[in-house]
Design a protein around this ligand. Sequence first.
Ligand SMILES: [Zn+2]
Length: 198
Amino acid sequence: MREQASVDRLIGLMARLPGLGPRSARRAVLAMVRRRETLLEPLAAALADVTATVRECARCGNIATAEFCEICADPARATGELCVVETVADLWAMERGGAFGGRYHVLGGVLSALDGVTPEALRIPELAARVQGEAVREVILALNATIDGQTTAHYIADALEPLGVTVTSLAKGVPIGGELDYLDDGTIGAALLARRAL
Ligand SMILES: [Zn+2]
């Protein structure tokens, strides 16, 4: 029964991962156990490697294998532009876009009265310190277009106002390849407000 308990424990842990419920966790674990050499052992080694080497960047909150992440360690990224994102996943999404050459600041969430997330729980005091310490000219808020995301954006804009830094946010509107007829009313309204001269 001891073997079964260890497998159950693994399933229970896997089921806590985003996108996996108990059912898919069970399927994943059984697949791993069946493929010991090609899946289970390399996965265990990869987990141990990540556990031993990966940590949080001391400056921006990105994933790093040293004190600072690759982006913070790259002097070419010290452009005076700082992009604020909610999560590391959002940072990576911005990087995939390939259009931003500056540095990032990962909040680790958004303000939420419902969930009791306060400014102190996010990395907002650290953001203000960076704006002053790194000669930042522009803070670009790339927060999600949710109510909590926008509340957080306004809070940050107010908090940074005394520092005299330009605060901008990503445009909201028609996605590339999008058709107007398929967009929701809120998106069309935001796109109209964010219109610009051709
Ligand atoms: Zn970093």
